[in-house]
Design a protein around this ligand. Sequence first.
Ligand code: FMN
Length: 471
Amino acid sequence: MTSSNPPKLFQPIKVGDVQLQHHIVLAPLTRLRANAKHVHGDLALDYYTQRASTPGTLLISEGTSLRAEAGGWSNEPHIHTDEQVAGWKRITDAVHAKGSYMFCQIFAHGRAAYPEALEPLGYDIVGPSPIPIQGRPTPRELTVKEIKEYVCWFAEAAHNAVHRAGFDGVEVHFANGYLLNQFIDDGSNHRTDEYGGSIENRCRFPLEVLDAVVKTVGQSKVAFRVSPWEIFQDMGMKDPVPTYTYLIKKILEDFPLLAYLHAIERRVKGVTVAGSNSEDKEYDESKNFLRQLWKPRPFISAGLFNRETALERAETEGDLIAFGRLFISNPDLPLRLKKNLPLTPYNRETFYVPESPVGYIDYPFYTEEPVNGVDQLGWRLVASWRCRRFQLAFLCIRVRSQSCQSIRVRWTVNSPSCIRRASERRCGSNPSHDSNNRLLGSWYPTLSIDIYTADDQSVVVVLRLNDMLHI
Ligand SMILES: Cc1cc2nc3c(=O)[nH]c(=O)nc-3n(C[C@H](O)[C@H](O)[C@H](O)COP(=O)(O)O)c2cc1C
């Protein structure tokens, strides 16, 4: 590694049809912030836009159910109705406007569905076989006709995601104990027809899904996620290697040009309580059979990474690294990792609070204190304004400079009710630029506005405050 050559983690890489600027990826993260109709609104728009703030970042959406029958949680997003598709389209447009990219993780819950989500609609909990997750309802075995129907639903979801909602591709979820994983795993699949028993039969449904999805959107827009070592939701084959070796080899044979393979590390146990045990600490990830089979195609590793391990893995194996929990609490994670800035710790309590902004869009961007008027990113503070205890209906900031590209406006609001919101916007190419931020609510926050510039030019800043009430 030389100084003229940045670490691989921060080097560009092409994945599918998109050119990424680095190897850091937002892992799929269920957050339950959609509404009761499984439609994403302003909350998710903010959340994903924040995480797209470093141009050239790949975001993978949270698990998105194909449709109501395949769902399993309230407040998870779906991608079926016009309204659901339109909600996603606003998000992908905003992500693209930031110069970043987004794949939609499409899935079906199968036996992992919660009855509260399906029973009121009159849908059954289904699975490959009538084998429940411990302590949960016994699923009804899917008929062959229903399996074929699911294949069509996956294709339809891929169509909606790529052709209507503007995603750059879909990640088909084979992992974490959901429907396709339940068919692959010999513990949950005891079928005696062509979808159970032998390795070939257990892999048939996932392969048929990939085939249908590829036919709908093309290989370069399709990826898949696997977790051979997963024990979450009662997964866990004695030896997953033969099954997954067959699956990957068959996929490579049939679809050699897929966008990427996304693998959850062997060290990770469960999606909520990730941890490692002593046996797995001994495991040498560089020998990961999935990567050996997949190389030299794009390979995303996920699970328990920090800056140091991500740098090392990208350097030695060329992997892209998906970050989950650290990306929850650091909306500007790629930038922070690149600049080696301190990271905000995450709060597990707010991972899954339905429709709440708390713990979702209120994690701050890095707020560097300028030293001698220059922040740690090298930007010069040219104007600064603070106001305590106020109500603000509308704020207009107008910044004029010779090169608008080199102006950054940051505003931060701290309220007594702990809603803390930091936002940042770079100016577009329009030489006379307005930046509007509408703040709603009747609490009395502290508002801070800082204007930075990247070069030495002169800058004119006008703050126009409408309906402003100082208290
Ligand atoms: C709150 C939360 C929600 C998750 N939701 C999903 C999901 O929707 N789909 C999925 O494949 N994995 C999901 N995962 C697993 C993550 O994608 C990731 O594999 C895991 O968090 C380990 O990575 P980390 O150590 O960087 O957090 C979730 C994990 C967390 C913590």
